[in-house]
Design a protein around this ligand. Sequence first.
Ligand SMILES: NCc1[nH]cc(CCC(=O)O)c1CC(=O)O
Length: 316
Amino acid sequence: MSQASHTHTAPAKLVIASRESALAMWQAEHIRDRLRALYPETEVSILGMTTQGDRILDVTLSKIGGKGLFVKELETALEEGRADIAVHSLKDVPMHLPDGFILACIGEREDPRDAFVSNHHANLEALPAGSVVGTSSLRRESQLRARFPHLVIQPLRGNVQTRLRKLDEGQYAAIILAAAGLKRLGLGDRIRALISSDESLPAVGQGALGIECRADRADLVQALAPLHHADTAACVLAERAMSRRLAGSCQVPLGGFVEVVDGQLRMRGFVATPDGSRVLRAEQAGSKDAPEALGNAVADALLAQGAGEILAALND
Ligand SMILES: NCc1[nH]cc(CCC(=O)O)c1CC(=O)O
């Protein structure tokens, strides 16, 4: 029996709300299995649901309302008591949660890097001029354009399997996906090259799982505590503070990534124009005890370099 179960308790029944994509289901099942192992007496089940973000696939997310579209239906299920917790890729969780909801728990981070996926090429450097690279992330696009102006970036939406199918159909020479999603789905062998964080700074929260519940469910915060990973939480709280100060929940070419180095947080952030012609960068160290102060400081350093102008131009 694990040590945690001596000091933590869970309700007799726990329902996990999840999107129905394969990745979301893997993540929900992962949390379900960990909860079952911690609390053998608790009946843990998954309520799968399709969100608006999953249904609308033909326009870029930024035009239709952003990240909130992936979590709203799940929050409604929590609100109505049809589910107790919602498991999310933290990357998809808006910077401002609606009143009455909290992140109860942040799980240990998987590989945070972006991955290069291609059937014919070994890495970005090997792509001939004019090659089409698929990504709908302004963050990935701006960093690619800055480094490889000879490549052609084309939108690519859909869940991980859909994106791989579009690559296999020959519409793209290569695509960029999060390594974490591929590894979780057992598709790590599709990764031809991992892109270092110096070359493609990851998205805020990339690779980490966030578990959301109603703010009045202190019982669940306590039950989930054994799944909480303090170092990951410090990193992603700093990242989310940076993003919040810069952009709220709008989709912008922005990256933020924190690592624990020698017991301290080391943070890097960037804001760019979508075409990669201007890339502002900031880097700073800070204490694990004050992650949000670090995130705010890096945001301020970017604002001092002119990030505000870039962000204002995007909202025109
Ligand atoms: N935007 C969709 C999304 N949300 C989370 C992941 C991957 C898993 C993660 O970052 O935790 C992905 C797919 C991708 O970016 O390739």
